[in-house]
Design a protein around this ligand. Structure first.
Ligand SMILES: Nc1ncnc2c1ncn2[C@@H]1O[C@H](COP(=O)(O)OP(=O)(O)OP(=O)(O)O)[C@@H](O)[C@H]1O
Ligand SMILES: [Mg+2]
Length: 448
């Protein structure tokens, strides 16, 4: 993601320091004397969301959720509000939508079975009493509402539409966004209010938002996904209360964001077995291994330069993989367009998926399918060698759990822990050898 921070004239620095800390003088205390249950969290029943937060919602924490327009931020947070309002009181501040719009969305989220059943009357839908909504963009007024209502959770949709009247700059500017977040942080720390901030990433990549707020907030989550696909990934890029790069997987439906508790199964559901150009990688998203299908397609270049078109993998890794296949394996990719696609709209950044990408491309080029029930794990080096990747045991266990029988992996140098027994592990040194093990022999029956 390319991010550019819009510069603007400096604001008088007085506002912040004048307020911060001076209200009541701070005093050092012995750590041992500070009381309170350290890991006291509000339970969030949306498991995939809770997982990304590191268990539940920490009182007094401030959480930023960024994402592209229309990706589903408001939907997901309204679901959180509806769930949490069954335990605690929640204030949802909308600066972007009218009360009616939010109400309509809430009703849609609460209706069961994707609208298959007869439409339920509104009062049967069981909207929690403790969920309050206000459409407001002035932070001073929002703070008054908080003082009167004493909610335990605040959802601010969005941080870019909120403004502080005494600052000169317009809503959404760096100063406004940063100051809004700092004031809410102070409030959160002093009162125990948990704050969710929704932030946009604008089309141009200029965000007076998520990036400049990363150091102010406790947790930064990004909601990602391909607009044309229904899967959405909630990823933590910073978390003071849990592991980072943890991922929650959802599917966007009429009824809202539905949790996908077993994403590997979902990502592999539409796979065509025995089709050339399809390989299965095992990637780690945080602590969770995910099996994904990587598709490769090669096709003779019609005119001009051959094209390399990645979808879901890094462009440079595709170039590197294609170069290694050409130089070290002898595939003539120089006059081929290459397309690579990660099924399900996932973006894979780790090199552990190199091998699957290389095999998918080679499989398409040679028109030979990958052996049935085989996963491919490993980083490809410039000499065509395979390099070991982290958390191999977890990856192999996940593959075995999903019924895969064979894994082609880099040769181990040190044997730290035993491989799982449930899957046959073939260790190879090079991409060349990996292809021999991964692709079906020439004489195998042609594919449909
Ligand atoms: N009736 C509906 N049925 C199914 N999906 C819907 C319906 N109405 C809206 N959506 C989906 O919800 C998405 C918008 O979600 P949402 O408003 O939560 O996104 P957002 O990230 O908050 O967007 P913005 O940046 O505009 O605030 C739309 O892209 C659309 O796919
Ligand atoms: Mg929204």
């Amino acid at each position: 993601m390319v991010e550019r921070v819009v510069s603007e004239p400096a604001q008088p620095a007085a506002t912040h320091s004048a307020r911060a800390g001076l209200a009541g003088r701070s005093a050092p205390r012995r750590l041992s004397e500070i009381t309170g249950d350290v890991d006291e969290r509000m339970i969030l029943t949306i498991g995939e969301f809770a997982r990304v937060l590191g268990g539940g919602i920490v009182p007094g924490s401030i959480i930023l959720i960024g994402g592209d327009p229309g990706i589903g931020k408001s939907t997901l947070l309204l679901q959180v509000a509806l769930e949490m309002a069954r335990q605690v009181s929640v204030l949802y501040v909308s600066g972007e939508e009218s009360e009616r719009q939010v109400k309509m969305r809430a009703l849609r989220l609460l209706r069961s079975n994707d609208g298959a059943q007869a439409v339920q009357p509104e009062n049967d839908l069981n909207i929690p009493e403790n969920l309050f909504l206000v459409t407001e963009t002035n932070l001073d007024i929002i703070l008054q509402h908080i003082a009167e209502l004493h909610p335990q959770i605040l959802i601010l949709d969005s941080v870019q539409t909120t403004y502080i009247p005494e600052l000169d700059s317009s809503a959404g500017s760096v100063t406004q966004v940063r100051e809004t977040a700092s004031r809410l942080r102070e409030l959160a720390k002093s009162s125990g209010l948990a704050v969710f901030l929704i932030g946009h990433v604008t089309k141009e990549g200029a965000i007076a938002g998520p990036r400049i707020l990363e150091h102010i907030v406790d947790t930064v989550l990004y909601l990602e996904g391909d607009r044309f696909q229904s899967y959405r990934l909630l990823r933590s890029v910073k978390n003071r209360f849990g592991a980072t790069s943890e991922v929650g997987v959802f599917e966007m439906r009429e009824r809202g964001m539905i949790e996908i508790a077993n994403p590997s199964e979902a990502f592999l559901a539409e796979r065509m077995i025995n089709a050339p150009g399809s390989a299965i990688a095992v990637t780690m998203e945080g602590t969770r291994p995910l099996l994904v299908e990587i598709q490769g397609l090669t096709s003779p270049t019609a005119f001009g330069n051959p094209r390399r078109t990645p979808n879901g993998v890094d462009f440079n890794r595709l170039l590197l993989t294609a170069a290694v296949l050409t130089r070290r394996v002898g595939l003539r990719l120089g006059e081929q367009d290459i397309f690579v696609n990660v099924v399900g709209g996932l973006q894979i950044d780790e090199p552990a998926a190199d091998l699957a990408m290389a095999v998918a491309i080679a499989s398409s080029m040679r028109n030979l399918p990958v052996r049935a029930e085989t996963v491919l794990i490993g980083e490809v080096g410039l000499s065509g060698e395979l390099r070991m990747v982290g958390q191999m045991t977890a990856r192999l266990h996940e593959a075995a759990k999903l019924g895969f029988k064979t894994a082609v992996v880099p040769r181990r140098i040190r044997r730290v822990e035993p491989w799982p027994d449930e899957i046959k592990v073939i260790e190879v040194r090079s991409l060349h050898q990996a292809l021999d093990h991964a692709l079906m022999a020439q004489e195998s029956p042609p594919t449909p």
